[in-house]
Design a protein around this ligand. Structure first.
Ligand SMILES: Cc1cc2nc3c(=O)[nH]c(=O)nc-3n(C[C@H](O)[C@H](O)[C@H](O)COP(=O)(O)O)c2cc1C
Length: 371
């Protein structure tokens, strides 16, 4: 399937504007998602044997998740499950609905297996997302895999009111999702990344943890895991400061896209690299792995890490896992490798485990020899 995708389907898709094709695909998958029979049919192609993992109190059928930003408004979650993903992170969702930045705002760098985007949290807002997901659930059409939600600050909310903005989204969506990822690392909302500063982050986490406790008591159900998603452009000192708050979080998602660009001698590539936005895909791979290693070492493996950045194959996923990631996510890899990416990674990981004589994927976390 992945051969067919790369030789025939991908060139056709790549002849269109990236955002147009993205919207077309998401619409098609949202139609599939509303029909169990179609999801079942897709599952026949793309599902794989379980490779169970547990993290922050949740059970995952396999460690390969879909990264935030692909299904911003949670319209196609059943389709992602049928595509073999072990979990999905929807969003980013903001309290206020917003259109995001002016188009064009997504650019492919095919030669480098990369993307630059400056979407700017285009989404339908927390209320509408809650309505849509509740409807899916009421129709008995929701999924068994864990579904997390990436929450961002609304653009119109000033930075000093960020904590309340996150809190409103958190409260509206609390019942509906299995875990929350606080996004303070997107380069595409002005000044958002300043919220990675320890005092700002502490403020947001205090408010969210208080709301979490309150909602837990009100609804008599367990607290929701809260994770932080960080940028790959933070210094190690700044990451250490985030890690000082580790008692207030259930895990870290490492990493978001980068504002840095690699050297290139190719003028065509250089022209796209000059675009404003976050770079993802292959050029991000090593940087995000370095950060995962750093976090794993600093926390002695005690804080679960979702590793994301430049994962295309089982070997890439293995590198992230052995560097300290309990779970991994794919975004750009899905665009370049196609719909069998999750299955291929899970099956490839199974082969690597067999070769290495390791029974359980969790036993591979952090075993890299250069850690
Ligand atoms: C078009 C696009 C939109 C994205 N939107 C979000 C987002 O809303 N929230 C977020 O936390 N990350 C977002 N990301 C970042 C991805 O979730 C991921 O962290 C990053 O792309 C690195 O992984 P990759 O190399 O597998 O793409 C987006 C990435 C892309 C390419």
């Amino acid at each position: 399937m992945s051969g067919l995708y790369k030789t025939l389907i991908r060139p056709a898709l790549f002849s269109f504007d990236p955002e147009r094709i993205h919207n077309f695909t998401i619409n098609a998958l949202s139609i599939v998602s509303r029909r169990k029979i179609l999801c079942g049919f897709m599952g026949e192609f793309f599902s794989s044997e379980p490779m169970p993992v547990e993290a922050f109190g949740l059970k995952f059928p396999n460690p390969v998740g879909l990264g935030a930003g692909m299904d911003k408004d949670a319209v196609a979650v059943p389709a992602w499950e049928s595509m073999g993903f072990g979990f999905v992170e929807i969003g980013a969702i903001t309290y206020h609905p917003q259109d995001g930045n002016p188009k064009p705002r997504v650019f492919r760098i095919i030669k480098e297996n990369a993307i630059i985007n400056r979407m700017g949290f285009n989404n339908k807002g927390a209320e509408e997302t809650a309505r849509k997901v509740a409807e899916y659930k009421e129709n008995g059409n929701w999924v068994k895999i864990p579904v997390g939600v990436n929450i961002g600050k609304s653009r119109i909310t000033p930075l000093e009111n960020a904590a309340e903005d996150y809190e409103k989204t958190f409260r509206i969506l609390w019942d509906l999702f299995d875990f929350f990822v606080v996004n303070v690392s997107s380069p595409n909302t002005p000044n958002l990344r300043q919220l990675q500063d320890k005092d700002e982050l502490a403020k947001i986490l205090t408010v969210l943890n208080k709301a979490n406790d309150e909602l837990k008591n009100q609804k008599s159900s367990p607290k929701k895991p809260i994770l932080i998603k960080i940028a790959p452009d933070l210094s190690y000192e700044a990451i250490d400061e985030v890690l000082n708050l580790s008692k207030d979080i259930s895990g870290i998602v490492a990493t978001n896209t980068t504002i840095t660009r690699p050297e290139t001698a190719e003028s065509k590539v250089a022209k796209i690299y000059a675009m404003e936005g976050g770079l993802s895909g292959k050029p991000l791979k090593d940087k995000s792995t370095e950060i995962i290693r750093f976090i794993y070492r600093q926390t002695k493996g005690k804080l679960p890490i979702i590793g994301v950045g430049g994962i295309f194959t089982a070997e890439d996923a293995w590198e992230k896992i052995t560097s300290g990631a309990t779970l991994i996510q794919v975004y750009t890899g899905m665009i370049y490798e196609g719909p069998s990416v999750a299955k291929n990674i899970v099956e490839g990981l199974r082969k690597i485990l067999e070769k290495e004589g390791i029974r359980d994927i969790s036993d591979a976390v952090g075993i890299h020899k250069n850690l």
